[in-house]
Structures are given as C-alpha cells and as structure tokens.
Design a protein around this ligand. Sequence first.
Ligand code: ADP
Ligand code: MG
Length: 680
Amino acid sequence: MSSLETILEQSLASLKGVGPKTLQALQHLGITTIEDLLTAFPFRYDDYRPKKIAELIDQEKVTLRGVVATAPVLVHFGRKKNRLNFNLQIDDQVVLVTFFNQGYLVDKVTQGAELTVFGKWESARQQLLGMKLLSLNKKERLAGVYRSSKEIHATQLQRLVKQAFERYHLQISDLLPQNLQKKYHLLSRQQMIHDMHFPADQAAAQAAKRTAVYEEFFLFEARLQYLKQLDQQQSGLQINYDNQQLKKFISQLPFELTAAQKRSVNEICHDMHRPIHMNRLLQGDVGSGKTIVAAIAIYAAVTAGYQAALMAPTEILARQHADKLFRLFEPLGVNVSLLTGATTSGSRQRRELLQQLQKGAINVLVGTHALIQNGVEFKNLGLVITDEQHRFGVNQRQALRLKGVQPDVLALTATPIPRTLALTVYGEMDVSIINELPQGRKPVKTFWLKKTQLQQAFNFIKEQLKQGQQAYLVTPLVSESEVLDLQNAEQLSEDATKFFAPEYQVGLIHGKMKSDEKEQIMTAFTGGKIAVLVATTVIEVGVDVPKASVILILDADRFGLAQLHQLRGRVGRSSKQSYCLLVADPKTDYGRERLQTMTETTDGFVIAQRDLELRGQGDVLGNKQAGLPEFKVADPVKDLRILQTAQIDASQIVKQPDFGKTAATKPLLHYLQRQPLGFD
Ligand code: ADP
Ligand code: MG
C-alpha cells in the first residue's frame, strides 16, 4: 500500500481474527473495508461510569460500584435456568443485585470484594438486574453499543473497531476542507471517529455526532454534485428522433394523454434532442400514468436508431413492463426483450439474448437488477430508464448508465417527498411532474376495519366480484421473516378459497415462488381468470391490473404510510369506484394515526408530509420505503437544515475550478472517486 487513503480502502482481512466467515458476516452488515468498519458507529452508549444511588432513574441502564455485602446465592431452575443474588453495599446503602442465567459469575462474587456491575435499575425494589460484571481496571467511560446480526455479535464488532482504530487511526485524514471545519467548529475526522466509538462522556459523544452528521450529509451532497459535474463535462447524445413517427404513435394510443403527461413528454423529448446529457426525474403519484410517458421516450430513442433499457425493482413489474411494451411496439417492428435474475446465467437463452443485444437486434431491454450485471452489453444504448427509482441506490442507477457511452437517463418515481427534501436528495436531477390523474378517476374509498369485521369485508369483496371486478388480499409483513410471511399468506389463501371458491378463483403469489409460477399467476390474474389474488408485498409497487377494484390489507398497521399508499395505488386504475379496506387493531397512537391518515386522504403529497411529521413517534418504516436515501448517523428529516447547509457548502466546494487540485480538497476528490460504482 503506498498512498495513505488506500489503506482505509483495504479489505478487513488484514485484521486479526477475521476469517472468511467473519468477513461474510461483516459484509452482510454492509461493512467491507477498514473505512466501513471505522464508520460503523454505535447506535447508543452504555454508561460504565459508576453512579450514586441517589442519581438513579427507574429502568435506566446504569453502573454501580460497591462491596459485596453478603455471600452470593445461586438457585437453579431446571437445567438451563438459574438466578444469582447478592447484596452490594454502596456507600452506606445496600442494594440487591440479581443476575439471571449467568450463574458462572458466582466465582467472581466473593464477600468483601469490590465489584462493578452494569445493569438495569428497578427503583421500586432497590434492585439492579445485572447484565454484565465490569472488570475493575476498565476505564470508566461510555461504551458504544453496536449493531449486531445472527452472524456477528455486537461485542465482536466492538473489538474489531477497536483493533482497526488502534492500527489505522493515523491514516484517517480529513475529508472536510479546513475552512468548513473551522466555520462550524467541527472535530477533525480522526477525533470524530475516535469519539463516536470511544467518547469520554456524553458531551464528547454529542460533539462527535454533530460532526458525523454534517460530514455524512456533506459527503452525500458532494457526491451528487460531483456526478452532476462529470455529466456536464461530457457532451451527451443528441437523439434525433423522428417527430412524425412519434406523433403518430401517440395519436394511436387507446387514450388521450393528460396535460401533465404531455408536458412531461415535451420536457423529456427536448432534453433528449439536445446534445447534453439528460438526467431527469419523472415524479407522479401512483396511477398517474408514468409508464406510458416512459414508453414514448423509449420509442423516440428507437426511432433515432438507439437502444433503450428499462429497469424495474421487481421481477413481476419488469415482466409487466415487458408485456406492455411488447404489445405497444410489436406492430411497429420494435424488438423488446426481458432479462431478469430468472433468465438463468449460462443458459443458452441468456447467451443468445446477450448476443442479440450486442448486435443491436434487440431495441428495448426490460429487466431487473440483472440489467446491470457484467456481460450485459449494448450496441448503442441511448436511453436508460429506472422505474420506482427510489428502490435503487445512486450506485445502481449509475451502473446502468455506464452500459452506454453517455445515455440519457430518466428515472420514474411515485414517491412524493416534500419539495424541500426532494431538492436535497435528488439535487442532481431535473424534474418533470405529473400532477394530475387520468380523466374519470375517482379517489379510492378507504375504510378502516377491526379484525372482527373480516367477514364483512369478505362479503363486500364478493359483491365487487359479482360486478366483474377483481381483488387483492395483502397479508401482513412480518419483519424479516419470509417464512412467517409465507405462512400468513398461505393461511389467508386457504380462508379466501373457502369463502370465494369455486365461484371465484383464488390465487396466491409471494416472493419465494419460482419465477415461472409467479408469471403464471400474474397472467391468470391480469387475464381475469383469477379473481382474488392473495399476495405478500411482492405486488407493492407498479403492478397495474385496472379491473382490480378492491384491495384488502391485513394488519395494515404493520406497514408504513408510504407503503400503504403504494399498496392502495394497485386499485383505482380505471373509472370504476375502487375500495381499500384496511384491517387492523393498532396498539399504538402512531399506528392509529397512520390508519386515520389513510382514510382521510388519497393525496400522495399530503401523505408524505404526514409521514414525516409522524415519523418521530416511532420507527416502523425505513428511509428506503419513504423514498429517502439511508444515512448511517444523520436523519434527513430531523436534520433537514443541516442537510440544506451541507448541500450549499458541498456544491460550492465541488464547483471550484481548482477542486481536487489543492491540498484542502484532494482527499475529498479522492474519496468521491473511490466510491465504488457497483450494485448490491
Ligand atoms: P404509474 O404512474 O403508477 O406507474 P401507470 O403508468 O401504471 O401508473 O398507469 C396507470 C394506468 O392508467 C394504466 O392502466 C395506464 O394504462 C392508464 N393510463 C395512463 N395514462 C392514461 C391516460 N392519459 N388516460 C387514461 N388512462 C391512462
Ligand atoms: Mg408505475
């Protein structure tokens, strides 16, 4: 390793005690380099400084130091369970210390010895529920509590961080230019990283966090600005589309475009035609008709002799897009193909597809993440579109772009994040907005039912089916357990079959299904053969079956507002009145507020705003679902003003003509350049 910076880019294999298994476990937490590890900050701190009894607050995690006043008593219950009790004298008071199932500690507890215990304080009983015995020579301070997983324990992570910091702290150089550090009284990067992990006290932890938040936002914004600048330096493609053909295509669509769709088409075509590089976001609420706008842009690119790529976050959606484009384009001699993870690698089918693509025989390639894999090479990619773009990271969007020389980029999103936030998060893009729904749409009527009313809901749905409509039944999301999700879905499918069949066919779709099974089910539902589709959240985004007019969502309080809004967007896609039935008995105010909001409005912007206001009250939804990038320490909602400041600062710095050439900005440029353009 020669240059300083590259040491932090090294893999973690250089650390002691890190074998292939640990490497993998760390990778699952998103930690692959020394730098990742050093910035994997604790999410809270345990206070290992002994407190006085008078200072204690009920249920607080505290450290007490005293002298063991009575011989310890260990009681066993069965083979695995036990309880260890002893009295600890602190100054002139005595408290009871109890450890559950840590009987092995008994040897360390001898009458008359001095002991430091960390645990939870029960003030009513003057009792400490012991969690850890601390060694006496342990430096008295705050101890970071780290994220952990099944594969790697928090304390192991903590030890690795310590080792990495001890070995590499001299290589941590500042990324923020000095003047900003001074202006906001921020810590050096080395100090910040030290104090985030090993703060001397709460004040130090807070000061470190202040620096960390600013730095994280700054680096994010600097990156956006840097990418934007790279774009502008290169001249983009001039896509000379055939206006006559395009007009004809639009006039032959089965419906008239809305004014907002027309405006968006114009903006996009204008960009494509100019020899600059288009980087445009098409924002429109669910059901506003973004797909057809994308299709028009694709057709324009094809008439100019270019290939186009459309990437969607799920296989179901990719397939739906491919089908739609196929139907639109086939009569025009435009060749559409689909590439997903299910197009088995190494298979003949895949090989042939990739050959055709490289030869230019395929005009339009639709797919999932599979599009950005190695080996997918276009002949002359002119336009890249990502649907539901918030589901992809900046890296993934970027990786698809790199498949072409300088293709134009259009990103579709339904995520109505408030404008102030949008500007900071999508600052690098121009925006077109579809702010109206196609004519004749009625707001989806939304009802909130108790679980005991499920039968009524089923009856209601049957009435809809009798009128030739179709329904989705969505099962709750059980966090991180696909097995449980599946059991729920299967149970519901059974109940629904008992109720609706044989008159109406019930189908089940979930993420664990093989892709051809999923395809069969979706085809049957789209074609109307299946009337009731029981689904996990695989149908959350993008699925478009206009005849479906009811969606029932079980345990709706388990979903975040952004998700509920997306799910509800599966209905209300024709001029027929649609319904959304939310079944839930929420236990918290936050849960009730969310359901209430859903029954009050169908406006995505209002919901997004409400979402942000409510977020403080609990954390059901990750930023990803709300359409925001995920930050490690910073919170784009809570810290919006810092984000805005960081944006202004970052763009000023990156825009300087000598950016990256001065000592003050060299490390930053290097940092921005070494961010991998990969995909996860
Ligand atoms: P989203 O913006 O959520 O992606 P879609 O593009 O899936 O919405 O469009 C929703 C439905 O509305 C589709 O069935 C589509 O064919 C239809 N649609 C789109 N534009 C119009 C229009 N101008 N008039 C009538 N229907 C339209
Ligand atoms: Mg869509």
